[in-house]
Design a protein around this ligand. Sequence first.
Ligand SMILES: Nc1ncnc2c1ncn2[C@@H]1O[C@H](COP(=O)(O)OP(=O)(O)OP(=O)(O)O)[C@@H](O)[C@H]1O
Length: 267
Amino acid sequence: MSPKMLEVDVSKTFDGARGPVKAIERIHFSVDEDEFVSVVGPSGCGKTTLLRCIAGLATSTSGVTRLRGAPVVAPPPELAVVFQDYARSLFPWLTVRKNVMLPLRHRRDVADKGRAASEAIDAVGLSRFADHYPWQLSGGMQQRVAIARALAYQPKVLLMDEPFASVDAQTRAELEDLVLQVRGRFRMTTVLVTHDIDESVYMSDTVVVLSRPPSTVQQVLSVGLPSPRNQVTTKELPEFARLRTEIYMAITGGRAAPSSTATVTVR
Ligand SMILES: Nc1ncnc2c1ncn2[C@@H]1O[C@H](COP(=O)(O)OP(=O)(O)OP(=O)(O)O)[C@@H](O)[C@H]1O
């Protein structure tokens, strides 16, 4: 049997000022090729720490993450990360095109780097702005640039840490749909960390629900909603409401379920 695209097994204890801080007891789950997995959980349960360990940007205290069977000990070349803070992840003195091309300098296997950058910029709808600087763009457009940069890199695995948290609700919905479109086109395995339960259901094939810290995997839910997803009709489906309620109940330990219309965010 061929290995999973990602086999995540992370435990993490930090050296705090007042002794060890056990952030992650043990988080263990796997991700198939081309699968879209969201990770949700209560505030401070270690979502960012988990993503950093999967990306090889931090080391697990015990356990190991495997990418196609190989242990991740440093950031693997076939993996890209989109962070929440687009303002800090883009270089203000470089144009959109140059920002997008920057990581490609390490990719000897991408023959036509200019074309890869143009295709990614086009995919996020920013062709007209390729020669603009980030500070000439809105927040949502800057986050599109960060997504384009990850796409141009042509990663096998895309990790995203709260990528839409800093933009307004309408832009957020647009970016969610953009990621769903390009994910299919670029054939990527994707792991999304989010506070937003609705977003996790809307975007994913699978939702991994974490417990309070020191965190473990509390529940893994398959999302069988039809694709392509639609911001209105998908969210009206009874199955969407059932899943969001189940996740909400798991995270809050059974407090009253949300109404069917409010967006559910866990902080
Ligand atoms: N470098 C560090 N040193 C000590 N403790 C840390 C460090 N980084 C994170 N922690 C602790 O580990 C726990 C998990 O933090 P993390 O940021 O991964 O959680 P999170 O789920 O992403 O948080 P949020 O929901 O607020 O985004 C927290 O208790 C945090 O204080």
